[in-house]
Design a protein around this ligand. Sequence first.
Ligand SMILES: [Cu+2]
Length: 165
Amino acid sequence: MRFYGLALLAGATMLGACSGGGEKKDTTNAAPPSAQPAPTAGATTGAVAKVAATGADHEIKMVGDDKGYKFEPADVTIKSGDAVTFVMVSGGPHNVAFDPATTPAAGKAQLDANMDGKLAELSSPMLQNPNEKYTISFGGVAPGVYPFHCTPHLAMNMKGTITVQ
Ligand SMILES: [Cu+2]
């Protein structure tokens, strides 16, 4: 009785293993795509979510002409919760990049989360055409001095600071 039961069980297991093998390959193929986005999404949303600006919007022009390349004004003081809108005026492409090494640690993750369409960490997309705008919310960004620069024109000293109070 016992032996017969075991043999049946073994037979069922074999069958299960055989038919299961085929199915397992399908689920193995399906599993990685669904498993990959999960950790990525968890890392992004789990860390810091974007916080919209609730205060004033400060404008900084991006200028490049025969006098040089500059942000105008280059140094602004804002309140946490304000926004800064960069406006492409001339001499592009320009962007806004915060050096991760000089960005205050307390506000770094939030600032990065608040930047849309980044090319890299803390680095905005390129603005090519006059009147193109890029707004950064400083919602939830900790007080501190945030130096920034334009990646293509860093060597031409196109940089500034945003002081968050
Ligand atoms: Cu530039």
